[in-house]
Ligand binder design. Structure first.
Ligand code: GLV
Ligand code: MN
Ligand code: MN
Length: 427
């Protein structure tokens, strides 16, 4: 094993975590699964090695903590307010190995680097339990619990097997009525800093290893259910058909047209058809819709258009359209002081590598969602982005270079020290 705190150690630990998957041929680790528990156990051991004491909270998030003087301290005990570093440990289906996990492991490496350095605040590392929303449709469940935004309406959301979120809590050994215990109080927090692969092409195109995030796009997710009539594919003339899938297909292409005319993004990522037989007209089509906008207003205006078009198509084709919103998160501005700390960290780290390609410090907004969208409700949020190859993510080909991770470690460590110096000066 490479020395803890090194870029190689970070890369190896991201490799290790691929073991904890529900599929032998691909990486998939969803909220409250046996793999979630196993990943928490592996990461807990690394946190302990880095000088942190650990605790799993009432929503399955894994926390590590040291006190300001560097001694281990149990998360959840009274103490100095904490600067929290971290990201998430859950994945999409057939995922890459860096989305989320890199930010958690990198945070542990930074904690290790700073283990003998007194700070004016406690330092915590978090591995959030659900950012992607793969299992229950609602994303950011882990960080919504940690930021005190749990909505009891979520308890009845089900996974693909019909298991409710409440049942999954119980199966994992968590008490649903204690979920409020996971909530952090603003007065106990100094800020939340997350390192993450960019998941887009901007840094690679600019030939830069790192960037700081200015804001995160607002998101909404829906399940659209179109109900027509399942009938014989041979015996039913077109004039008598109420084909749910053809209606869905029209809607999908219209969604793309509508979104292309805005600066928002819209994606139909999944479609399920019933009864799903070669010689039966589809009676039901269930689609997922993911919407993102730089502003909440832009995103909501696009949704209004999609909804109107959807109802028009339904009327024309004699089918019924029902809409359930499964997730909504506001667009989030990173706090000025957190942006500045990360930008200074990048400038210092790239200066010390002597890289000519890295003279610029780039700020960029994130169309992808992150746990900071929830944590913003209780503390200031900042993010460091790392270049990823070909901008690809949510795919097994996701890749980050060890050299970029090495610079990111320096930059992230420096960002923590910038915030520490600021807090000391303010005393
Ligand atoms: C999370 O990765 C998201 O943006 O969907
Ligand atoms: Mn993701
Ligand atoms: Mn992520």
């Amino acid at each position: 094993m490479s020395p803890i705190g090194s870029a190689e150690w970070v890369m190896e630990r991201c490799d290790d975590l691929t073991r904890h998957s529900s599929r032998p041929d691909a990486l998939e680790r969803v909220y409250l699964s046996p793999e979630h528990s196993a990943a928490n156990m592996a990461v807990r051991a690394w946190m302990l090695d880095a000088g942190l004491d650990t605790e799993t909270d009432a929503a399955g998030n894994l926390w590590g903590r040291r006190a300001a003087d560097g001694t281990r301290q149990r998360p959840g005990t009274a103490g100095e307010p904490a600067l929290v570093l971290g990201s998430h440990l859950d994945t999409v289906p057939d995922a890459g190995r860096y989305d989320g996990m890199l930010g958690v492991v990198l945070a542990i490496a930074v904690a290790h680097r700073l283990r003998d350095v007194p700070l004016p605040f406690a330092l915590e590392v978090v591995g959030f339990s659900d950012e992607e929303g793969t299992r229950f449709g609602k994303a950011l469940l882990g960080s919504c619990a940690a930021s005190g935004q749990w909505d009891p309406a979520w308890w009845d959301q089900t996974d693909a097997d019909g298991v409710t979120l409440r049942e999954a809590f119980l199966q994992f050994g968590l008490a649903p009525d204690r979920v409020g215990d996971a909530a952090r109080r603003p007065e106990d927090l100094v800020g939340y800093l997350e390192a993450h692969i960019e998941q887009g092409p901007v840094l690679e195109s600019a030939n830069l290893p790192l960037g700081y995030v200015t804001s995160i796009a607002g998101a909404r997710r829906f399940v659209l259910t179109i109900t027509g009539e399942a009938r014989h594919a041979g015996g039913t003339p077109f004039s008598r058909r109420r084909d749910a899938l053809v209606a869905a297909a029209h809607l999908v292409t219209r969604i793309e047209e509508l979104a292309r005319a805005t600066d928002c993004l819209a994606t139909v990522g999944d479609i399920r058809v019933e009864p799903g037989a070669v010689n039966v007209i589809p009676g039901l089509a269930e689609l997922t819709l993911d919407l993102r906008g730089r502003t909440d207003n832009g995103r909501d205006a696009l949704w209004e258009q999609i909804s109107a078009v959807g109802h028009d198509i339904a009327q024309e084709r004699g089918v019924k359209l029902e809409v359930v919103e499964t997730h909504r998160a506001p667009s989030t501005a990173c706090a000025g002081r957190m942006q500045a700390a990360v930008a200074t960290g990048i400038a210092e780290a790239t200066r010390s590598t002597g890289s000519t390609a890295s003279a610029e410090v780039l700020g960029l907004w994130s169309p992808a969602g992150h746990d900071g969208m929830a944590m913003d409700a209780v503390t200031d949020v900042g993010m460091l982005f790392l270049r990823c190859r070909d901008g690809i993510s949510h795919h097994p080909d996701e890749h980050v270079e060890a050299e970029d991770v090495a610079i990111a470690l320096d930059a992230f460590t420096e960002a923590v020290l910038v915030l520490a110096r600021e807090q000391e000066e303010a005393r």
